[in-house]
Design a protein around this ligand. Sequence first.
Ligand SMILES: *[C@@H]1O[C@H](CO)[C@@H](O)[C@H](O)[C@H]1NC(C)=O
Ligand SMILES: *[C@@H]1O[C@H](CO)[C@@H](O)[C@H](O)[C@H]1NC(C)=O
Ligand SMILES: *[C@@H]1O[C@H](CO)[C@@H](O)[C@H](O)[C@H]1NC(C)=O
Ligand SMILES: *[C@@H]1O[C@H](CO)[C@@H](O)[C@H](O)[C@H]1NC(C)=O
Ligand SMILES: *[C@@H]1O[C@H](CO)[C@@H](O)[C@H](O)[C@H]1NC(C)=O
Ligand SMILES: *[C@@H]1O[C@H](CO)[C@@H](O)[C@H](O)[C@H]1NC(C)=O
Ligand SMILES: *[C@@H]1O[C@H](CO)[C@@H](O)[C@H](O)[C@H]1NC(C)=O
Ligand SMILES: *[C@@H]1O[C@H](CO)[C@@H](O)[C@H](O)[C@H]1NC(C)=O
Ligand SMILES: *[C@@H]1O[C@H](CO)[C@@H](O)[C@H](O)[C@H]1NC(C)=O
Ligand SMILES: [Zn+2]
Length: 555
Amino acid sequence: MTIIKQLSTALTLSTLVLGAAIYPRADESTSIKPACDKADALVPSFQNSIEKILFDSEYKDASIERLSGAVQIPTVVDDDPPNPQDDMGYYSNFTTLHTYLNETFPLLHKTLKVEFINTFGLLYTWEGADTSLKPMLFTAHQDVVPVNNNTIDDWTFPPFSGHYDNQTDSLWGRGSFDVKNLMIAHMEAVEKLLEDGYQTDRTVLLSYGFDEEAGGTWGAKYIANIIEEKYGQDGVMVMFDEGPGLVKLDNTTYIAAIPNAEKGYLDAVVTVNGVGGHSSSPPAHTTIGVAASMITSLEDNPALFDFNVQNPLYGFMTCAAEYSSLLPTSIKEMVLGAATNETLENLLGQTLYNTELTKNYITTTQAVDIINGGVKANALPETTEFTVNHRVAYGSSVDETKQRIFNYANITATSFGYGLIVEGEQIINTTSLGYIRVDYTQFLEPSPVSASNGPTWDLLTGTIQNLFVNDVWGPQGLDNNVYSASAIVTTNTDSKHYWNVTDTIYRFIGAVTDPSILETVHSVDEHVIMDNHLQSVAFFYEFIVNTNDHGQDIE
Ligand SMILES: *[C@@H]1O[C@H](CO)[C@@H](O)[C@H](O)[C@H]1NC(C)=O
Ligand SMILES: *[C@@H]1O[C@H](CO)[C@@H](O)[C@H](O)[C@H]1NC(C)=O
Ligand SMILES: *[C@@H]1O[C@H](CO)[C@@H](O)[C@H](O)[C@H]1NC(C)=O
Ligand SMILES: *[C@@H]1O[C@H](CO)[C@@H](O)[C@H](O)[C@H]1NC(C)=O
Ligand SMILES: *[C@@H]1O[C@H](CO)[C@@H](O)[C@H](O)[C@H]1NC(C)=O
Ligand SMILES: *[C@@H]1O[C@H](CO)[C@@H](O)[C@H](O)[C@H]1NC(C)=O
Ligand SMILES: *[C@@H]1O[C@H](CO)[C@@H](O)[C@H](O)[C@H]1NC(C)=O
Ligand SMILES: *[C@@H]1O[C@H](CO)[C@@H](O)[C@H](O)[C@H]1NC(C)=O
Ligand SMILES: *[C@@H]1O[C@H](CO)[C@@H](O)[C@H](O)[C@H]1NC(C)=O
Ligand SMILES: [Zn+2]
């Protein structure tokens, strides 16, 4: 997951003067209130352990130990992990993790039904008193990305040490923030509720894939299918997956950034097939030259932006515009005015596009990530192949992105006198020079957008409001504000496998997210602030109770 990292970009919005867009002051404020909520706090009827979770040093020490133990088990997956059915040995450390979880959360393992899906996937069912209600689902993943051998010495504490540093209140290691912290937080919340004697009305599901970092093909995909079989299409009320949390806007103002959408994905593989032979009598352009020309055309003509105020990013931006003390007035007025003024909407899109840090949120990106061609200095390269990775913008589609590649392949083929085959279909007949072939190997539409209003949203934002303003900051005498807003992430999570089981997916961990940590995800010195981790635990504890208290009628 680099998903959390993405929000660092949005964060920057709060401190950034957006590009150079200067435009006249609008003289009237807008009539439509953009979506930045200060929710009414929802106080759970049952909160026996909230204070303990947040402030008790014994609880904290035990939590440090629980998370540290999980981080110390290196459940690493590579880019292309095997199906467990073909190679169980590859996943042997996951068995160690399962034993560890069983020992660490005894009540949970005694009370909840545990299913092993495709051997290493975990699905826990805490059956509710009222099984006619759709369950709530919390997900995370067990796997972590490898640690680059060359950087091991750069870590302040070794990557699988799970070391807790008292000075910085940080627990270190691969997976400490992506995302064993979330899996452990779910389990800590449920374990504590069970210890407290709480019985849930609505069923709670916990699910953990084991290859999210490689696409979730063997883990989440199988688990989601089982859930769909059992509860039916759209059979789950709400789902939470990994994501950001509360970001600090200024000293006393936080935004709960709640991504309710993610961008799509497309990998295009382009192969230029030409004639071989001795390089003493070459054609004017080798297949490498033709490939280079097409790559240059693609990079010289990036996809245009596609922005309107329906983009989930706009929710986050309205919060920043309304409450940041740092953004200049002209920017604030442009953002807020965009809700009702098309000129300003376009100007905002243009400004976001022209700003390196925000550009990728509103445009389909392309990156040529792999290229291969040629084997020998004196032999013509018969084929040159390259892969273009795209992240498809909200508002665009896989088809539109395919069309772009098609156009540039066609232009290249036509101008070099090559044939063209796209997805197996002969578009231009092969010539004596050769042909270009285009295939699409991986694709995913931009996700559906989950509601950023209505009863489930109110339940979520009301829980956030109560947890932070009343429970986290209140006892410390801190007079902070929190506002909740939609957001979008530019990478994909395991949630992509769950679209059939629920239309309400939030990528949110329920904790303050320190921006400096975002840079360490998938990199050196990954760590989590323990006080923030405890907020996650309290968040899931309160969300379960609040859903039972206030969400009985939610379908
Ligand atoms: C499994 O864990 C051990 C340490 O307990 C580690 O040495 C090994 O590399 C891990 N295996 C994989 C496949 O990551
Ligand atoms: C957890 O451990 C207990 C006691 O050893 C065992 O009976 C149980 O089967 C284990 N549960 C799982 C899910 O492994
Ligand atoms: C990193 O080191 C481990 C163990 O020394 C080795 O198995 C692995 O292949 C190395 N990985 C890379 C990318 O060099
Ligand atoms: C560090 O440890 C000391 C002594 O155990 C304790 O008083 C202090 O609060 C701890 N600091 C943090 C940041 O946890
Ligand atoms: C934030 O706090 C710092 C240090 O306490 C202070 O210097 C600064 O003026 C404050 N900024 C705002 C916008 O309140
Ligand atoms: C929209 O905003 C632009 C730029 O501030 C302004 O010139 C224009 O009059 C506004 N249009 C309407 C309909 O308010
Ligand atoms: C391919 O390119 C040629 C030349 O630019 C153009 O005439 C033709 O319409 C294009 N074909 C398609 C299917 O776009
Ligand atoms: C392309 O090839 C097919 C079959 O080889 C042939 O029937 C067709 O006439 C060719 N088209 C052109 C434009 O040369
Ligand atoms: C979702 O449901 C549709 C329609 O039943 C089906 O075609 C599709 O394969 C399902 N998607 C997943 C990821 O299971
Ligand atoms: Zn992740």
